[in-house]
Design a binder for this molecule. Structure first.
Ligand SMILES: Nc1ncnc2c1ncn2[C@@H]1O[C@H](COP(=O)(O)OP(=O)(O)OP(=O)(O)O)[C@@H](O)[C@H]1O
Ligand SMILES: [Mg+2]
Length: 316
């Protein structure tokens, strides 16, 4: 079976502080505090591990506060090939009170050329033909803006499948190169930002996606939050959605969808199954507080309930 790798160059620790009431300028006593390993590739790996897919994580981690990552990797038997650099992984502080969540995001230390080179060297050593590499998230300061384009070119040349989930400049640079990733998972906002204008109707999504499919992308999943997602290949398009029965946290729904796309690709699935399984991963994750999946039989039950509409082509 193909080996699966996720690359997270800009991971984060989510530090959640629960308060009775947040009042600016006042001293607060926390009701509870928790720290969770985060970062989009880490979240996707966590979901894949729950689906019993052996997965290796690569990327950068600050050595000074790596404990939440070590705990997660050990608990889920995730193979850790991350580079540890001096300093800390950035922390995203979430202050939760009955009115909502106040986010305070902090920058991490800049990546050094040597640490980036070490990640590239690890990929070079580990990834072979038929493997799947998931490139996820934003880039840290100090990282070349076109790193996803160069990694895609390097890894696709040797026969690996590349699944990219990024946004803003990192996505724009990744899609500027001559060699495009095999699979993309933009949300609607990210796709519109790349397109350079608003995208409203489904036929517009199909048109914009075809610009990328025509340049060599094989599969695009455009996620739209509670509205579901569109799944497109050069010859097929379908829309999939499922009403969530319980929503514990929407954080990482897109990352769970990426894991579901990977799980379906490992099965060699056709578009209908790809749409069902990745939607089931995303909606199943909504019922969990962190980047975790419910049991396999629950995911399969959700997959069977996903509503699909064919927009174009015959889907298997
Ligand atoms: N409230 C919801 N109800 C039902 N399904 C949802 C809801 N929120 C998300 N989903 C499912 O999760 C998928 C991914 O969500 P979304 O489009 O928000 O991803 P995202 O913006 O990439 O999120 P993130 O990057 O923060 O993980 C959607 O396509 C949909 O299937
Ligand atoms: Mg996302």
């Amino acid at each position: 079976m193909m080996a699966v790798f996720t690359v997270t160059l800009n991971p984060a620790i989510d530090q959640t502080v629960m308060l009775d009431r947040l009042v600016p300028g006042e001293v607060h006593r926390a009701c509870s505090i928790r720290q969770d390993a985060g970062g989009k590739g880490i979240n996707a790996a966590s979901c894949l591990a729950d689906w019993d897919v052996p997965v290796t994580v690569l990327g950068l981690l600050g050595g000074a506060n790596a404990a939440p990552f070590d705990v997660l990797f050990a608990a889920k038997s995730i193979i850790d090939r991350c580079q540890r650099h001096a300093g800390s992984t950035r922390v995203n502080l979430k202050l939760v009170d009955p009115h909502g969540t106040t986010d305070i995001n902090m920058d991490g230390v800049a990546a050094t050329g040597a640490s980036i080179d070490a990640v590239i060297a690890t990929l070079d050593e580990q990834v072979g033909a038929g493997d799947l590499v998931i490139l996820s998230g934003s880039l840290p300061p100090g990282c070349p803006a076109d790193i996803y384009a160069s990694l895609t070119a390097m890894l696709q040349r040797r026969g690996a499948t590349i699944l990219l989930d990024s946004s803003g400049p990192a996505l724009r640079h990744a899609l500027a190169g001559p060699v495009l990733p095999t699979v993309l998972k933009p949300n609607l906002h990210e796709l519109a930002e790349w397109h350079g204008g608003p995208i409203d109707a489904p036929h517009q999504i199909v048109d914009v996606a075809h610009k990328l499919l025509d340049r060599g992308v094989d599969l695009i999943a455009v996620s739209m939050g509670a509205q579901g997602a569109l799944f497109l290949t050069r010859s097929e398009a379908l829309r999939a959605r499922l009403t969530a029965q319980s929503v514990e946290s929407t954080v990482g729904a897109g990352d769970a969808m990426v894991a579901g796309l990977a799980a379906a690709l490992i099965e060699g699935a056709g578009l209908d199954r790809i749409a069902r399984l990745s939607t089931a991963f995303a909606v199943g994750k909504l019922g969990c507080a962190g980047p975790h999946l419910p049991a396999r039989n629950e995911i399969e039950a959700l997959a069977a309930c996903v509503e699909t509409d064919i927009l174009m082509g015959e889907t298997r």
